[in-house]
Design a protein. Sequence first.
Lengths: 407, 67
Amino acid sequence: MPVWHERTKAAVEKGDLVVVGVIQEQHAERCALFLQWKGIDWPILVDSTNRVGIWAVPLVWAIDASGVLRSKRPKPDWVLEDFLKEAWPEPEAPARPVATTALEEAYDAGRFGDCIRGARAQLKDAKLETATRARLLFLLGCAHRARHDSAAARSEDFQDAIDAWTQASRLAPRNYIYRRRIQQYGPRLGKPYPFYDWVERAQRDLRARGIAPHPLRARIEGSEIAQPLRRGAPDSPALAAVAAAGATREDDASVPLDDGDLIRADVVCAPAPVAAGGTCRVYVRVHPSDAKGVSFDDEAGAPRAYLELPKGFEMRSALLPNMLVPKALRPKSSAKEAAARARMPRSLECEVRIESSIAPGPYEVRGFVVANVCEDASGGTCRAVRRSFRAELRVSAAPKRRGRRKR
Amino acid sequence: MLRTLAALTVAAVAPQSAGAQSSPSVGQPFPIYELPLLQRSSDAKTRRSSIAAYRGKKLLLVQFASW
């Protein structure tokens, strides 16, 4: 995109050409940061739910002054030399507006619960065409994830988003917009590239220029910045958990149970289900209780988690804490900002490989988290608590390998 | 400059079988979608727009992701 920006800048400034961007990202504010970093000033329209129905990005379309498409995927030279000089006749029939659906309106307005309920209701129609079902599932996944990132988050939203996107991608396997949305949160082996590893660099560069980076509302998961892992590449040995200095699993297993419901722990697996022989990204999320004004005692150490995996499931990377914290909540922030950070959920991520011999079906992942918490922000009792969790990890059959063609 | 209520003309995707991808045809008008405008500052109000407001200008529509 920076190439298009550079090549068309003069024509845009002269008024000969207009460039409008359309983004298909779940978190539009990250694109705002990207554009700020790169100095791109195009007007941008946000299509996080891919209602325009494209199958991959980037795509460039050249549209004449009457609204008629004149080229798909044009080259910059053609745009600047031929497109700008050509005069085309008016079309016989003008372009028609496409109505925004009620579900799309609800999504755009932030009424994610309405969008979710409406999409689920429509998906019950057994006569839906496959492509329509895929689009509804994708929208459903986007709504769940958007609610997960909001104050109205429910504990099942992230997993529900992964589930819906997975189903959409299976119905439309050639749609890379659907596929990338899952890969964003999935294991390193399935990643085409690290999606948002540029964010910290962008924030640093902007601050160095004296510019306040565009704020990011949704935290970036570790998977969204993880480097891809290629098949056959050396892998790190399995580790049970990230242990703080001096902490061992045995010590943590003897921490008193959280009998006051001060924290909640839930587990999300992406993708879901995961194929036998494949790898999934496992998120263990720890939430402090809102009702009891609980906050994490960061000075005493970050939360730790331990997983007990079924036979044939192997942890292939350490459970790593999500280190990316929004700029507004950096350690050197004000007391108010630090208090807000202390109430933010924490996420630990790892990757789990499933042996190809594992039979399809549901399996149980057990574990526990240990967290240092304080019972209220004004210095109530601070202590370590332990909470167990169980989660279902569904395994599907290993994909069939295509045989070699005989020559 | 962006005008409010500009119409984004994008191909409508008609329901069809899985795997088939629809695409606007060269020589045909782009259908028009109205979408939210990206907010460039945290205190900006949400506005909707589409590229029909650029009627009369030659337009490059660039669909991309920051990744």
